[in-house]
Design a protein around this ligand. Structure first.
Ligand SMILES: O=C(O)c1ccccc1NCC(=O)[C@H](O)[C@H](O)COP(=O)(O)O
Length: 256
């Protein structure tokens, strides 16, 4: 499933490239230097921080929410105290787009994450050109040399990589490239199984000084507390926010 999702995202990027060649998108990215320090925004604090996700649909859950105005939702997230906004830009299964990211970027002053299946430099340039400050790199989807190359490019463009892992080996691979923001996704991206204890079992292997993010399966304030007690600096939340009153849910979660 992960390889299908990544192949689909790369094919879609290739199609966009027909109309907007690499040199154009690269020039747009270089003309738009990142101005927000995402690392600072996510740095450890006395309270857990929240990355709030704009998520319409997903392969595991189907349609979740009809989000007609992603910018309005992002403004609510900002009002509710989120530290960053994640925007799913994959179109086939998540019903997202780069246009969503651009509209969110224009609406908030928080760091914005491009959450997608990134495997090519072109997609990184697209992210910066659209105004992203953070870019997801999924270790399981990438050869180590490609992971390192994309990680370097993201840094050169002034952005921060959220390097996502799901095993001890993947945490070691993230550490090897010097990742400063490391996520542990509770969701196995091939089977969709959720394991809320995975973060706790891997957190001790994340290098000191890296921001530790627990991703997925946050449904309640108790789940946030569970991740926090296991060492999470940040939790990334999608479904629970788009299927509820986001201000109330953020308020509940931020009490942890
Ligand atoms: O959400 C899915 O079904 C999914 C399937 C395959 C690859 C990625 C997937 N989701 C991306 C994410 O990691 C989540 O959107 C994110 O962590 C928030 O998760 P949740 O709070 O459980 O909606």
């Amino acid at each position: 499933m992960l390889s299908d999702l990544t192949a689909g995202a790369v094919a879609d990027a290739e199609a966009r490239r027909e109309h907007r060649p690499l040199h154009i998108v690269e020039a747009e990215a270089l003309a738009r230097p990142a101005a927000i320090d995402a690392l600072e925004a996510l740095s450890p604090s006395d309270r857990v921080k929240i990355i709030a996700e704009v998520k319409r649909a997903s392969p595991s859950r189907g349609d979740l929410a009809e989000i007609r105005d992603p910018a309005a939702l992002a403004r609510l997230y900002e009002q509710g105290g989120a530290s960053a906004i994640s925007v799913l830009t994959e179109g086939r299964r998540f019903k997202g787009s780069l246009a969503d990211l651009e509209s969110v970027r224009a609406a908030v002053s928080l760091p914005v994450l491009r959450k997608d299946f990134i495997a090519e430099p072109y997609q990184v340039f697209e992210a910066r050109a659209a105004g992203a400050d953070l870019v997801l790199l999924i270790v399981a989807a990438l050869e180590q040399a490609t992971l390192a190359e994309l990680h370097t490019l993201i840094g050169e463009l002034g952005m921060t990589a959220l390097v996502e892992t799901h095993s001890a080996d993947e945490v070691a691979r993230a550490a090897d490239i010097g990742a400063r923001v490391i996520g542990v996704n509770a969701r196995d991206l091939s089977t969709f199984e959720l394991d809320r204890d995975l973060f706790g079992s891997l957190a001790g292997q994340i290098p000191a000084g890296a921001v530790k993010i627990a991703e997925s399966a946050v449904k309640t304030a108790e789940d946030v507390a569970h991740y926090r007690s296991a060492g999470a600096d940040v939790v990334l939340v999608g479904e629970a926010l788009v299927t509820s009153d986001p201000l109330k849910t953020l308020s509940d979660f931020r009490l942890v």
